[in-house]
Design a protein around this ligand. Structure first.
Ligand code: AMP
Ligand code: ZN
Length: 137
């Protein structure tokens, strides 16, 4: 994708603060960090979101975030780590090239990754299970 900023960063066309690189991925520091050490895992392959990610690349994502996430948390001396991945504008995605956020967390920090728990009614539960089962068919 010629105009995609993350393609350019992942491919090295635009310089970035790179923590890690291999033939399929580049891991960079986020320029608008939610916390100290906030990093982004970028595949070099352009997929707009999770649904478009080829299985071959997707299969490499978790082993990579496990490794880099652990290293990053240790390097930062963080107390926790959020792994966040947004798909679609409604979910907060702003750059339409699949990426995973690694967000180190520190006891008492004010990073806003939280929600008010709702409730699941019997009716909703049945409806959701039915709709999902239809998609599986
Ligand atoms: P999302 O909202 O999940 O699409 O995340 C996009 C992330 O990319 C945000 O956290 C931005 O701060 C970050 N970002 C946008 N442009 C750049 C850039 N050129 N270099 C590093 N991070 C960026
Ligand atoms: Zn791209």
């Amino acid at each position: 994708m010629k105009q995609c900023i993350f393609c350019k960063i992942a491919g090295g066309e635009i310089p970035s603060a790179t923590l890690y690189e291999d033939e399929d991925f580049r891991v960079i520091l986020d320029l608008g960090p939610a916390s100290k050490g906030h990093a982004l895992v970028l595949p070099k392959y352009h997929a707009a979101n999770l649904y478009e990610l080829p299985d071959e690349i997707a299969a490499k994502v978790f082993p990579l975030i496990k490794r880099i996430g652990g290293r990053l948390a240790r390097a930062m001396g963080s107390d926790g780590l959020n792994v966040v991945q947004n798909n679609g504008e409604a979910a907060g995605q702003t750059v339409f090239h699949f990426h995973v956020h690694l967000i180190p967390r520190y006891q008492g920090d004010q990073v806003g990754i939280a929600w008010e728990p709702g409730s699941l009614s019997e009716e909703q539960k049945e409806q959701i299970l039915k709709n999902y089962a239809k998609e599986e068919e």
